[in-house]
Design a protein around this ligand. Structure first.
Ligand code: SF4
Ligand code: FES
Length: 566
């Protein structure tokens, strides 16, 4: 970094092409900036460099200097004379220096890559047609791009353990392992669970867990993501779908306020897996195993699928209008949720304002893990603050609301995505009032609902959340919802229209039109121009609130509490 906080750049030459690159990066990253690929297995940008696969061999030269005077040595034409290192060097452990020259396409480099590939494939079972990694296997891709195309090996291949259970979610095929050690380093350096290691020597080296241990930490599936070959596979996903059939949609993990960036992989309306999406401001390239399971709520048996008024099936719009009428006629209160998107919260606030009430919120706090699972187990508490739904953090329970129901102050309740029956309201209290429930799963509240409005999961709609660092991030629809269900913003928009007796069209873009006008922090933002990596929102106005989050991968509560200086 320079003194003014900007990244310093230096000039290097990749295959003769001058390119400006950030100081301190390695030759693999520098070549990528120049549009050149240096193939690699063991190097991973978020792990320490070990240099054990040798796939990134390249030729390296530096401007020569006179040993006595230190002056640059020049060619006849005045250009710097380059001293080429006589042997190939690995790119992963070579940091760039001013004037450095890198060759990625010379005959020597080509021969090196062919040799490395040939060694790596000596004991490999070459079972690509039945391998689950096909389609995203760098061994397969590099074999095609940089391999010799044939093998000179005539001996019998080593046989190693197949389909070994490494842990509850990870299966290992040891024969395919190229001993890059990424999985070992990840467990050790990121997950802080030193559970994997190599045993035996030479071509008998084998990956395994330490005796009596399992790869069972909540980040185990990241080893599958970073395994460059088909050795580590997800027990849940393996053999369920060829990856080239999968459509990838950007999304956000709703497990906690971290808001890990994700990719949802689906085919023909069915989700098959969730994997992390790189965002160096949020989650690097990692996510929790538990966050990957959340898509299972889409097809859960508890899923609500039919609109109902007093227990009878109803049309979606009729049910939303009935909800509006009940709220209009009653002494109404609203229970909003920190699971709602920014857009849904904004409409919820509008409904509450029309009803002259303040939405109640209930907290979902638990212990964090200091990495990518924070204490606030909902994705959008900051969204409730920015949209004006609340100026306080959610309450421990709904006891103030319970008192209002008991006193007759409230006789109609709109509940969105919360189970109030587990948050301080008794069954008796719910039976003596009118309950309107908007949510995805059945629970003690939906059982008591006079009007039931099933809604869509995060995988079936568009929207945005604000994470613990006040980063606005959007998620997009990966799969269609159950037939007949409508996005929450349409249901809320219809309720609002019934309350105000004004027909309005509600869409993500119209909601953002209002949000950007009414909320200063959202000025000049539209849903379409929120970048896929998110956008930082000013949150200093809420710095004094006692947020529950402690330090995690990209969050430091002390830094967050510091006043923002210009
Ligand atoms: S299992 Fe995969 S990530 Fe682990 S050492 Fe082998 S090739 Fe590398
Ligand atoms: S990537 Fe450089 S040695 Fe493996």
């Amino acid at each position: 970094m320079s003194n003014n906080g900007t990244q310093e750049h230096i000039e290097v030459f990749v295959d003769g092409q001058a390119v400006q690159v950030p100081k301190g990066i390695n030759a693999i990253e520098a070549a990528a900036i120049a549009g050149k690929e240096i193939p690699h297995y063991c190097y991973h940008p978020k792990l320490t460099v070990v240099g054990n696969c040798r796939m990134c061999l390249m030729e390296l030269g530096n401007p020569m200097r006179d040993r006595q005077t230190g002056d640059p040595i020049l060619e006849e034409d005045g250009s710097p004379k380059i001293g080429w290192i006589p042997k190939p060097v690995i790119g992963c452990s070579t940091n760039v220096a001013p004037g450095m020259h890198i060759k990625t396409e010379s005959q020597l480099v080509k021969d090196c890559r062919e040799g490395v590939m040939e060694f790596l494939l000596v004991n490999h079972p070459l079972d690509c047609p039945i391998c689950d990694q096909a389609g995203e296997c760098t061994l397969q891709e590099y074999a095609m791009d940089y391999g010799r195309g044939y093998s000179r090996y005539e001996e019998r291949k080593n046989v190693k353990p197949k389909r070994s259970r490494l842990g509850p979610r990870v299966t290992l095929d040891d024969e395919r392992c190229v001993l890059c050690s990424r999985c070992i380093r990840f467990s050790n350096e990121i997950a802080d669970e030193d559970v994997l290691g190599f045993i035996d020597r030479g071509s008998f080296s084998t990956l395994t867990c330490y005796p009596g241990r399992e790869l069972d930490h909540n980040y185990s599936l990241n080893t599958v993501d970073i395994c460059p070959v088909g050795a580590l596979t997800s027990t849940d996903f393996r053999f369920r779908m060829r990856v080239w059939f999968l459509k990838e949609t950007v999304s956000i993990c709703t497990e906690s306020s971290i808001g890990s960036n994700t990719l949802v992989s689906s085919r023909e309306g069915k989700i098959y897996r969730i994997t992390p999406r790189r965002n160096d401001e949020v989650n690097d390239t990692w996510m929790t195993d538990s966050g990957r399971e959340l898509y299972k709520q889409v097809e859960a048996e508890t899923r609500l699928k039919s609109f109902q008024i007093e227990g009878s099936s109803a049309d979606a719009i009729a049910a939303a209008k009935e909800a509006g009428n009940l709220l209009y006629a009653g002494k109404s209160a609203v229970v909003a949720s920190t699971h709602q998107s920014v857009e849904e919260l904004f409409l919820t606030r509008k409904i509450a304002e029309t009803l002259k009430t303040k939405p109640h919120l209930v907290r979902h706090w638990d212990s964090g893990d200091g990495l990518l699972l924070s204490e606030d187990r909902t994705p959008n508490t900051r969204g409730t603050l920015l949209t004006g739904v609340s100026d306080q953090l959610p309450a421990k329970d709904l006891s103030p609301l319970a008192k209002q129901i008991d006193s007759g102050e409230v006789d109609t309740l709109l509940v969105i995505n919360e189970d109030v029956s587990t948050a301080g309201l008794s069954r008796d209290q719910l039976t003596k009032i009118k309950v309107i429930y908007i949510g995805t799963q059945s629970n003690g509240t939906s059982d008591q609902a006079n009007v039931l409005l099933p809604s869509l999961t995060v995988f079936e709609k568009n929207g945005s959340f604000i994470n613990l660092n006040f980063r606005l991030q959007k998620f997009q629809q990966a799969v269609p919802g159950p037939a007949g269900l409508l996005p929450d913003i349409l249901l809320l928009g219809q309720i609002l229209a019934t309350l105000t007796e004004e027909e309005t069209s509600t869409s993500i873009s119209t909601v953002w039109g209002s949000l950007s006008k009414e909320v200063p922090a959202f000025a000049d933002i539209s849903f379409a121009n929120i970048p896929s990596e998110g956008i930082q929102i000013g949150g200093s106005a809420f710095a004094q609130l006692p947020f529950p989050e402690t330090k995690s991968l990209k969050f430091d509560p002390e830094a967050a509490a510091e006043p923002v200086t210009a």
